[in-house]
Design a protein around this ligand. Structure first.
Ligand SMILES: *Cc1c(COP(=O)(O)O)cnc(C)c1O
Length: 384
């Protein structure tokens, strides 16, 4: 993986890219430019190019430059949510008559956007098991303009070989989009593996503290960057200055957080795998996981998300969620605090009855950075 930029490694880039001390005051932290408009020195005389807060804001621009550097892309774009970023991207890539391939375990909100919104634009779509490049090859058509993958996926932690699917997409003349939310750019850099666009819900690991909702796109291609920038302004679902600042602040500790998330999750996955009431553990760091080798090849470590199936079906899985104390019962993921949820009744309730339905006995954990001993003790008592 290429973790270097101008000779600097990821940890350094995360703290410094886009974040030079303020030229006017010397403030070490980029100011929150909470201003909707900018004074012009005579008509059209913009200071530093700033004109109106939807078109551009210096705090948002700092985040966008930082995100581009972290993913090794040419341009970063920050949005009001992950789904706002996805909406902008899909409107930019697709026209009526085009076709899109999405994964059979896509994030529920992505599936809803495609099945209930994009579908109405006259765009065709189909679902494929992207963990099998041959299945993606079988799903693409002459009119396929984009292939969407999510790896690790949600909530089953499936692993897609990004380089292999990039090859399939390229030979079909389609763009490869990778939702990198679960890995974060610290663990995985899809553009270097051949992806055209990286999508993030910055709400999750990039923000990292469960205190902001945001989204981002990062692209390598200058022409596509220009089209997306046009649509970002034309549609207007931009990240606000304070939200941009919160994400930037979160990113400074991304590397140390991801190391601890990964280390804690590995211990949790091992303990669950040894528990008599656990039927199956989904964690790409376990050698028994079908995507383990691919994950080891394309990721620095295996991340903080773990799912498992509980003996006794839905009632038993729900009971584990209800009994957990330190693991907070809630949707979302990627914050410093550990969360537990029942995908079938919570995050994935909207895909019930579709190709994306998840097992009823599944429990999903977002393993935080608390003491792993306390986390293990809580899971042991919740499993009874
Ligand atoms: C949360 C999430 C999204 C959507 O992001 P929002 O910020 O909630 O709009 C997209 N993809 C994945 C993998 C997510 O976890």
């Amino acid at each position: 993986m290429n973790q270097e930029r101008d000779g600097q490694r990821f940890e350094t880039v995360a703290i410094h890219a886009g974040q030079e001390p303020d030229p006017v005051t010397g403030a070490v932290v980029p100011p929150i430019h909470q201003s909707s408009t900018f004074k012009q020195d005579g008509v059209g005389g913009l200071r530093g190019g700033w004109e109106y807060g939807r078109s551009g804001n210096p705090t948002r621009a700092a985040l966008e430059e930082n995100l581009a550097a972290l993913e090794g892309g040419r341009r970063g774009l920050a949005f009001a949510s992950g789904l706002a970023a996805e909406d902008c991207l899909l409107r930019t890539l697709l026209r009526p008559g085009d076709h899109l391939v999405i994964p059979d375990d896509a994030y529920g909100g992505t599936f809803r956007l495609v099945a209930q919104v994009v579908d109405r634009w006259g765009v065709a779509w189909s679902v494929a098991d992207t963990t099998d490049p041959a299945a993606v090859r079988a799903a693409v058509r002459p009119e396929t303009k984009a292939v969407w993958v999510e790896t690790p996926s949600n909530p089953l932690l499936g692993i897609t070989d990004i380089a292999a699917v990039a090859e399939v997409a390229r030979s079909a003349g389609a763009r490869l989009v990778v939702d990198n939310t679960f890995a974060s750019p610290y663990l995985q850099q899809p553009l270097a593996l051949g992806a055209d666009v990286v999508v993030h819900s910055t709400t999750k690991y990039l923000g990292g503290h469960s205190d902001v909702v945001g989204g981002a796109l990062v692209v390598a291609d200058e022409a596509l960057a220009g089209e997306l920038t046009f649509h970002q302004n034309a549609m207007g679902a931009v990240a606000g200055p304070f939200d941009s600042w919160l994400v930037l602040r979160g990113i400074k500790t991304l590397a140390v957080r991801m190391d601890r998330h990964s280390a804690n999750a590995a211990r949790v996955a091992e303990a669950l795998a040894a528990h008599p009431r656990v039927v199956q553990v989904c964690y790409p760091g376990l050698p028994s996981h079908p995507g383990h080798e691919t994950a080891a090849k394309q990721m620095r470590d295996f991340g903080g998300m773990v799912s498992f199936r509980v003996e006794g079906g839905e009632r038993a899985a729900v009971a584990v969620c209800d009994r957990a104390r330190l693991f907070t019962l809630g949707e979302s993921l990627g914050g410093v605090e550990s969360l537990i949820e029942h995908p079938g009744r919570m995050t994935h309730a909207s895909v019930a009855g579709s190709a994306l339905e998840v097992p009823a006995d599944l429990v999903r954990l977002s393993v935080g950075i608390e003491s792993v001993d306390d986390l293990l003790a809580d899971l042991a008592q919740a499993l009874g």
